[in-house]
Design a protein around this ligand. Structure first.
Ligand code: 5AD
Ligand code: FES
Length: 389
């Protein structure tokens, strides 16, 4: 079990840095065991809708920063977002995550109107927003409209490091204030950070852990930094798989009940990255629900996976991967364990076959339960990693 003294900075630092295979295995096993105590081997699905890549911010690491003149900008309409949710509903998702850059077009009124429409059409679903830094009043409006969760990664908890990753107009203090406001309002809150971002030291990562210990977020998104060709950090090296996994595991040990995604960025730097994250304590997966036509444009970093797949293909692929890795895909809302409002639903209780049609969706009938579609699973296993992530 877990013999790591988590209060001892030196010991935690040693685990942040360790390259020793045995030590890493111990760490991952302890984290996975702790995850299982609260969430068994369930992996919760969230349908991700990236609805605008316009952004007024200029973070040095990000491919959709406003100074990137090469970024082809797009914005989905409210109707298109609802169509994505409809597709998600057909695929069985009970959580929709609406993510965008900080796009001034999407005023609070427009967000609230869209959220209300989703809430009305999909009353049983959780709604998550990830729109960046807003005023407390704005967050309150979203909450009152029916939003349940909000994701805002702090990116790094060290002030000096934060300044090296962001223009002077942005501050870590403000980001932290946003996170504490979100918690006070009553959202399930997701913080998070990149691993291996330029200028980052192991001590910074220790600060990230100490910060999440203090904030006690319900979710923590952890992914490797990956350079994007049109950013000032284009020549920097990417974060390492192992260090990212160690941070996932340490986060699990510090926050046993947290919902921790196996991030797309991890799947991008390693074909098995997301499965490895699950084995190191993660328990959430966020397949992409955005229309295929715009997926490549939400290019935060280079070589992002799942940009060539239809939502249904991604769903089947992710589900197969999770099962093959020994986990149980779950289509319940996947609320934080102390804030659960509905009973858990294992994926096995989803309809065996779902006819998928409607805007942008495949018109054929697809088998979505992998017990029912061994052939398609076998076919999937043959798909080259580069195609399927
Ligand atoms: N590499 C990895 N992650 C990135 N993000 C933005 N740019 C990059 C990059 N180059 C992450 C940030 C942000 C989230 C939406 O995507 O952590 O919060
Ligand atoms: Fe999305 Fe494989 S996970 S296509």
């Amino acid at each position: 079990m877990n013999n790591i003294n988590l209060q001892d900075d030196n010991e935690v630092l040693r685990f942040i840095k360790t390259e020793n295979a045995e030590e890493m295995a111990t760490l991952f096993e302890a984290a996975a065991a702790l995850r299982s105590e609260y969430y068994q081997n369930d992996v919760y699905f969230r349908g991700l809708i990236e609805f605008s890549n316009y952004c007024k911010n200029d973070c040095y690491y990000c491919g959709i920063r406003r100074s990137n003149a090469n970024a082809e900008r797009y914005r989905l309409s409210s109707e298109q977002i609802l169509q994505c949710c409809q597709m998600g509903e057909v695929l069985g998702y009970k959580t929709f995550v609406l993510q965008s850059g900080e796009d001034p077009y999407w005023t609070d009124d427009k967000i609230v109107e869209t959220v209300r429409a989703i809430r009305e059409k999909f009353p049983a679903s959780a709604i998550t927003l990830s729109l960046g830094e807003k005023s407390r009043e704005s967050y309150q409006k979203y909450f009152d409209a029916g939003v349940n969760r909000y994701l805002l990664r702090h990116e790094t908890a060290n002030d000096e490091h934060y300044q090296k990753l962001h223009p002077a107009s942005m501050s870590l203090a403000h980001r932290k204030e946003c996170l504490f406001n979100l918690k006070e309002i009553g959202f399930q809150v997701g913080a998070g950070f990149m691993v291996g971002s330029p200028y980052q030291t192991p001590e910074h990562l220790l600060e990230d852990l100490r910060f999440i210990e203090k904030l006690q977020p319900h979710m923590v998104g952890i992914g490797p930094f990956i350079p994007q060709a049109d950013t000032p950090f284009k020549d920097c090296s990417q974060g390492s798989l192992e260090q990212t996994l160690r941070m996932v595991a340490l986060t699990r040990l510090l926050l046993p009940k947290a919902l921790i995604p196996a991030t797309t960025a991890l799947g991008t730097i390693n074909p098995e990255g997301r499965e490895k994250a699950l084995k190191a304590g993660a328990n959430v997966i966020m397949p992409n629900l955005s229309p295929k036509a715009v997926r490549k444009l939400y290019a935060l970093y280079d070589n992002k996976i799942c940009t060539g797949e239809e939502a249904a293909e991604c769903r089947v692929c992710v589900e197969g991967r999770i099962r093959r890795a020994g986990f149980v895909p779950s289509l319940s809302r996947g609320d934080f364990i102390d804030m659960q409002t509905t009973t858990q639903t294992a994926l096995g209780s989803a309809p065996a076959q779902v006819a998928i049609d409607g805007a942008g969706a495949p018109s054929k009938t697809m088998h979505l339960r992998c017990e029912e579609c061994q052939d398609s699973q076998a076919e999937r296993a043959k798909v080259p990693e580069a195609v399927c992530g």
